[in-house]
Write a protein that binds this ligand. Structure first.
Ligand code: HEM
Length: 511
């Protein structure tokens, strides 16, 4: 009995200590946002958040308003869901809201890459040089050549037959856009290695196709991998796939390619000069592959599907595409030269631009997150001020706060290809909430320090793909009445959403 009391007291102290560490005693302090810890210590609301992020955040917003703090797996996240106040989040100094540390942990867990301090700056320098301005022209040209190789290589034999080919639209679009993007960034098989240009092109087609199927396997494991909840067997599969990508994208293999993009090359060279191990550089190449290829393929699917389901939109885009082609002095004809869709031609497509933006509004749903480095006061546009604690995280979810807000985008679930067009054909940028013009009216690319550096290239990739589909192919849904599939809720938060199921279509060469 003499010993039992100290043991019990010790156990109680340990329990209280553990609960303290698990955040069970955290109370809302004066001037802090409403706090909702959930019922389960440490985990808080993470299960509901994971199950359906959108639904959970809407429930919290109804309950607590547009700023609230929730506990998710040991962290306290303050969500800011008033788009008029997004500037406070996006423009806050890096000394208070930091993106890098948060991203570092994620890339290590998901891609096995140990980030260095200068990484983000290096990415920005290389992206400014190669994914904008003149660099973007080079990338766009490379993408064109690769799309031609993948989409038009059997033109002469197929025109003779003009047979319909059936496929799943999602897999078809993702496959082509992934492979063309991959080849444009990581380079082509050198002609001399295969004895002929055609041999090298064939090898590009075969290798990129095999890589796509491995990428899809990883893609499907990705949401659970990112949340650290993969069951052991799937974790082993993810590890195998990681090794495979590290190998395919190793420095040695990339150096044997022709036409490697300046974007990948510069970052690889700089890391070598800084003394990073080759194996780690290969891992970074995998991070870049993921960031650059995980979203564009799914987006190309949604774009083509929305066009097919909206004949007015399809007609307007097709007319624009035909006009641009005609004005360039080119023509698609049997046995004629391949269409060279240039960067300049892509600057003359406001209707297609609006259709792309509308597609991204409906189908991209990133959660943007920062780590709170210092205690800070969040000042909102309407004068409210909230105290935010150091060690917490801050997030915004533009999909529900902006993309489908009916005040900003009336009839928000309907695809309106001209939503981002003014009557005079210029780009529409005036959108309002509560009578105030809002700056962040569509956020597929995120915002601020982590805003997608590939956004201009990605937009061109989508436009090039659709352009070639429209001028070279006839295509139609197998069942014209098929419904647009639901988006897969497991992927909320990661960028472009994917459908829960594929949609069958058929295509054949026009000429
Ligand atoms: C439709 C296609 C795309 C969409 C919707 C998209 C979306 C996004 C979003 C939302 C982010 C920010 C994530 C965050 O703040 O946490 C991001 C980051 C990034 N994206 Fe994209 N992206 C696309 C295509 C591309 C392409 C083609 C490239 C490269 C060629 C690219 C490269 C990157 C990189 C490197 C980052 C990380 C930026 C950083 O760490 O600061 N993306 N993307």
């Amino acid at each position: 009995m003499g010993l039992l009391l100290p043991i019990l007291l010790g156990f109680l102290a340990a329990l209280i200590g553990a609960l303290y560490l698990l955040g069970a005693f955290r109370q809302r302090r004066a001037r802090e946002p409403p706090l909702d810890k959930g019922l389960i210590p440490w985990l808080g609301h993470v299960l509901e958040f994971r199950r359906d992020t959108f639904k959970f955040l809407e429930r919290m917003r109804k309950q607590h308003g547009d700023v609230f703090t929730v506990q998710l797996g040991g962290f306290y996240f303050t969500f800011l869901q008033d788009p008029l106040c997004f500037g406070s989040f996006v423009k806050e100094s890096r000394e208070k809201l930091d993106f890098s540390n948060f991203a570092k942990q994620l890339v290590y867990r998901v891609f096995g890459y140990k980030a260095n301090d200068g990484d983000h700056q290096l990415l920005q320098i290389s992206s400014n040089k190669h994914l904008k301005g003149d660099g973007l022209k080079v990338m766009t040209q490379a993408m064109m050549a690769n799309l031609q190789n993948l989409m038009l290589h059997n033109l002469s034999s197929a025109t003779e037959q003009r047979t319909w080919i059936e496929d799943g639209l999602f897999m078809y679009c993702y496959n082509i856009v992934f492979r063309a993007g991959y080849l444009s960034l990581y380079g082509n098989v050198p002609h001399n290695s295969k004895g002929s240009e055609e041999g090298a092109k064939e090898k590009d087609r075969v290798e990129s196709d095999a890589l796509f199927y491995e990428f899809r396997k990883y893609d499907q494991l990705f949401p659970n991998l990112a949340y650290g909840v993969l069951p052991p067997k799937k974790k082993m599969e993810a590890d195998r796939l990681k090794e495979h990508f590290w190998n395919v994208l190793s420095v040695e293999k990339i150096k044997n390619k022709d036409n490697i993009s300046g974007w990948v090359w510069d970052m690889q060279q700089e890391r070598e000069e800084r003394g990073m191990k080759e194996s780690m550089i290969g891992r970074y190449n995998f991070v870049l592959l993921w960031a650059s290829q995980g979203n564009t393929g799914p987006s190309s699917f949604w774009l083509l599907l929305y066009l097919m389901k909206n004949p007015d939109a399809m007609k307007a885009v097709k007319e624009e595409v035909d006009k641009v082609l005609m004005e360039s002095g080119q023509e698609v004809k049997r046995g004629g030269p391949l269409v060279d869709l240039t960067y300049e031609m892509l600057t003359k497509t406001p209707v297609l631009d609006s259709a792309v933006e509308e597609t991204l509004r409906l189908t991209t749903a990133p959660v943007l997150t920062r780590a709170v480095i210092k205690d800070m006061t969040l000042k909102l546009a309407d004068g409210r001020e909230y105290f935010i604690r150091k060690g917490d995280r801050m997030s915004i979810f533009p999909y529900s706060a902006v993309h489908i807000d009916p005040e900003i985008h009336p009839d928000p679930h309907t695809f309106k290809y001209d939503r981002f067009l003014n009557p005079d054909g210029s780009k529409k940028t005036d959108f309002y909430k509560g009578g105030k013009k809002i700056k962040y009216y569509n956020m597929p690319w995120g915002a601020g320090v982590s805003m997608c550096p590939g956004r201009f290239f990605a937009t061109n990739e989508l436009k090039q793909f659709v352009f070639l589909m429209l001028v070279y192919f006839e295509f139609e849904l197998k069942n014209p009445d098929v419904e647009i599939p639901q988006i897969d809720f497991k992927r909320w938060g990661f960028g472009s959403m994917q459908p829960v199921k594929d949609v069958q279509f058929q295509y054949r060469f026009r000429y």
